[in-house]
Design a protein around this ligand. Structure first.
Ligand code: DLL
Length: 433
């Protein structure tokens, strides 16, 4: 399989390390000079850019967290003037302020190349027809894959999310060979196709490039069998760039991290100490080339293992395992990130709802399913059935419009949800990920 940028993707280890160090030193100098947040944090930690003499010295720099983005909303972490920014993306599904990610023209250019790498690595090439069913808009999936597909010279159909029947029509009529969407959506497509009597195996579709949510090898096997295609994993996150951080090659033995642009570390999620390759821990990422929003040592909260052994595909870049869990309580429901606290604030915005609730997440035939049990006040409960129905509908609609997730709502009597003395167990996650 051809590489998009073999000069980097197959770069000898030593050369790659030199390039990373040079880029890291430059980025650290940049943020120190241009972003007051980093200068202050470095000063508090007693480090200066001159202290970064080797790649290992990165461990001396302070971490960056999601909250740092929120605290510096909207443009506080930016390292270039807004007039040099050509695009802004943002995280989805938050009740508070979103995480805002600006890009310079060069950032967009590099991102398109990284996405072309992703696609080429998955086995996509010029001549392929990519149906892009990631969401277009502030979410990075849509435009990320769009630009990558075009950069590769493939044909891109900007289908965006939803409208499953139309998606199937496009697959059948437009000669789609590659699907870009969440793994759970491939299964929705496959099941809807079966119900409609459409045989996906007789279409041109042969590959899906899936990501944005956790999935297992079991789920891959199911997708591949049901849709008659190959499914390839790819990983990324808004704060760092969007998709385009890492992608599997056709061998499916871990996702190659594009290390010439992102420096990956694994740390102990509790102590923050660096862990060696081969050990599972929290992935920490530093951007090496981003201009508009360089990020130093971002705590992803994703639990992974890194494998440095050379891959038979010829790429020298380190591979990461599938994401095996999160170190925080962020839930990903059908590709949408949501924290229990966000659900809580939506619930409590509805009159008659009490601050006692439980969130039950399950996977029904590989699709995330969320049910929220919530207590209502005595007054509502003793009211007519109609009043209860109205509250239920209001909660459902609010959760849907503010967080973008469709949940089943179950209103329960006052004092039915177990009270604990310690931390309330708000989430019961029955998914096996
Ligand atoms: O999900 C970017 C993306 C778009 C990746 C399209 C791949 C494809 P966020 O919405 O910021 O960005 O969510 C990032 O999603 O920290 C992981 O917890 C999770 N995640 C992303 N890709 C994978 C994956 C996009 N392949 C968060 N496997 C990350 C497991 C994933 N989890």
């Amino acid at each position: 399989m051809t590489m998009w940028e073999p000069q980097y993707e197959a770069m000898p280890g030593k050369e790659l390390k030199c390039l990373q160090l040079e880029r890291l030193q430059q980025k650290v100098r940049d943020v120190y000079e241009r972003v007051p947040f980093y200068r202050t944090k470095f000063q508090e930690a007693g480090v200066t850019p001159e202290d970064v003499k080797s790649l290992d010295d990165i461990a001396r720099l302070p971490f960056t967290n999601k909250n740092d983005f929120r605290d510096n909303y909207p443009y506080g972490l930016m390292a270039i003037p807004l007039s040099e920014v050509v695009r802004v993306h943002a995280s989805s599904g938050t009740t508070g302020k979103p995480i805002v990610v600006p890009y310079s023209a060069r950032d967009i250019d590099i991102w398109a190349n990284l996405m072309a790498r992703n696609l080429a690595s998955a086995g996509v090439h010029k001549g392929d027809v990519i149906q892009n069913a990631y969401g277009y808009g502030l979410f990075t999936g849509g435009l990320g894959f769009h630009y990558g597909g075009e950069r590769l010279g493939a044909t891109v159909i900007p289908a965006s999310v939803g409208n499953t029947k139309r998606q199937l029509m496009l697959i059948e009529d437009l000669g789609t060979t590659v699907l870009a969407c969440t793994p759970s959506y491939v299964l929705v497509l496959a099941e809807t196709a079966r119900q409609m009597g459409i045989n996906l195996a007789s279409t041109q579709l042969r590959l899906a490039t899936c990501g944005a949510e956790p999935w297992t090898e079991k789920m891959r096997a199911e997708i591949e069998a049901k849709a008659g295609i190959t499914a390839i994993d790819n990983y990324g996150l808004t704060e760092i760039v969007g998709p385009g951080v890492s992608c599997e090659c056709y061998l499916k033995r871990g996702m190659h991290i594009w290390e010439d642009h992102f420096l990956a570390e694994i740390v102990d999620p509790v102590t923050g100490e660096s862990l060696p390759y081969g050990q599972q821990g929290e992935l920490v990422l530093t951007t090496l080339t981003k201009e508009a929003l360089p990020v130093i040592r971002f705590r992803t909260h994703d639990l992974v293992t890194l494998y440095p052994e050379r891959c038979q595909c010829g790429r020298t870049m380190v591979r990461m395992s599938k994401v095996r869990g999160r170190t925080d309580d962020m839930l990903i429901i059908r590709g949408i990130n949501v924290f229990p606290t966000q659900i809580e604030s939506v619930l409590l915005s509805v009159e008659g709802v009490e601050p006692h609730y439980q969130i039950i997440v399950d996977r029904e035939r590989h699709l995330d399913d969320i049910e929220i049990w919530v207590e209502v006040s005595e007054a509502v409960f003793s009211d007519e059935v109609q009043a209860l129905k109205e509250v239920e509908e209001r909660v459902r609609a609010e959760v849907n419009s503010v967080l973008g997730i469709s949940a089943r709502i179950k209103l329960v009597e006052p004092r039915t949800i177990a009270r604990t003395e310690g931390k309330a167990k708000r989430v019961i996650d029955r998914r096996e990920l």
